[in-house]
Write a protein that binds this ligand. Structure first.
Ligand SMILES: NC(=O)c1ccc[n+]([C@@H]2O[C@H](COP(=O)([O-])OP(=O)(O)OC[C@H]3O[C@@H](n4cnc5c(N)ncnc54)[C@H](OP(=O)(O)O)[C@@H]3O)[C@@H](O)[C@H]2O)c1
Length: 92
């Protein structure tokens, strides 16, 4: 079943996440791009970021071409672990 990340930048809050910022700095990309590339690396996952500027649209599109290494994906998995079981869908 496909999964849709409907708030993939957490309504903008992820751009100031310290861990994402570290990874982004090492790769020379932005935190938003790391967040999107991490999601898109998973089979069957799509992301629908909302962008209000052309710059953000371009940046987010470029994230689709960002291939993260397995060790980077594992690092991000550890930073943002899955929940232990079913949780209610957040209403935004
Ligand atoms: N149907 C539903 O139940 C449902 C639920 C949630 C969301 N949605 C829809 O899904 C879309 C996304 O929702 P969302 O706003 O919650 O989440 P989001 O895409 O995670 O976050 C959007 C925020 O991230 C910022 N942003 C986007 N790209 C960026 C970039 N490259 N760098 C820095 N900041 C960036 C945007 O700023 P700028 O505007 O300045 O670009 C905006 O403040 C919206 O169209 C929303 O309506 C639908």
């Amino acid at each position: 079943m496909p999964v849709m990340a409907y708030s993939p930048i957490e309504q903008g809050r992820l751009v100031t996440d310290e861990g994402l910022g570290e990874v982004a700095g090492e790769l020379g990309v932005t935190p938003a791009q790391v967040a999107l590339a991490w999601l898109l690396a998973r089979d069957g996952v799509i992301a629908i970021p909302k962008a209000g500027t052309v710059e953000h649209v371009r940046e987010n599109r470029a994230a689709a071409d960002l291939a993260l290494l397995p060790e980077t994906l594992a690092r991000l998995d550890a930073m943002f672990p899955l929940s232990g079981g079913p949780v209610p869908l957040a209403i935004l």
